[in-house]
Design a protein around this ligand. Sequence first.
Ligand code: NAD
Length: 311
Amino acid sequence: MLILEEAAVRSVLTPERCMEGMRKVLRDLAEGKCAMPDRLICRMPNTAMLGFMPAYVGDYYGAKVIAAYAPNMGTEYPSHIGYVMLFESVHSTVVAMVEAGSITEIRTGCVSAIATDLLARKDASHLGIIGCGAQARSHFAAISRIRNIRQVSVYDLRREAAERFAEEVRGTGIPVTIADSVAEAVRDADIICTLTPAKEAYLTREMVKPGAHINAVGTFTPTTREVDSDLVAASRLYGDYAASTRTESGEYLIPLQEGKIQESHLLGDLGGLLTGKTEGRRSDSDITLFDALGLAVEDVESAKMVYLAVQ
Ligand SMILES: NC(=O)c1ccc[n+]([C@@H]2O[C@H](COP(=O)([O-])OP(=O)(O)OC[C@H]3O[C@@H](n4cnc5c(N)ncnc54)[C@H](O)[C@@H]3O)[C@@H](O)[C@H]2O)c1
């Protein structure tokens, strides 16, 4: 059995390769070629959210066990810590343990980039990012490969995090501004990424311009969200996997409970868009909203890609 650490993950999962793998596995999921039992997310007494995320992707299967630990924000420790345990499907032996913090970081940005490619306007060029941690880096890296990004605006509660990330963006030659508020960061943005562990909605209807595309990524439980109900109601809403969105997503469930949307407001998911079964953007003025919970098939497929590349 191989133990594959972060360096191996980063050397194999370039944004291009990872996006290709994620497109394939999301299509396979939509076509019934994968299995993804419900995941278990439990709050530990130290406030860590411990996730157990199993999936079967055909030739391999396994589970990611990961702790999301917000108190590590701004420290030398990562905020996502764990491994994917990877089994081969013929004899069910364990072939690898693959570092999962880096997989989570990279695959999440790549899946949002796929959603952006499917839903954002073709001429989208201004990227607004809220929350300047690990996800900001992977989202910028992947989204700047699928749209011609000419301006980036960023906001973080911690100014030093915004400054550090802005410096990295500047290094690529793309102009970047550090905003003093969420509203300022997203005012002119064509693509908005919400990448924070905030519990309450902070992105509201009046902040977002017509035609924008939003990737809502930071929250993944029924009671937490980043996008407010009126903005969800004004958007064309898609999940990463609709069956999970219906049971786990605060972005969907809270406005549903408030009576601001009906069940039919959830139009579908990435698999439906990739296989052509779900209709995407209808007009240049639509606001599109992609709500990411994070899927175990993405993690197992990523671990498999790393294992196959290095074995
Ligand atoms: N949906 C998914 O698939 C998925 C995958 C990975 C991470 N996540 C979630 O995304 C979020 C970000 O992950 P990360 O790895 O980048 O974390 P991180 O700790 O590296 O960065 C988070 C950043 O957000 C900032 N922040 C916190 N609250 C804020 C607020 N209200 N407004 C503005 N900025 C704020 C912090 O200062 C920090 O810089 C976490 O909640 C994480 O659990 C979701």
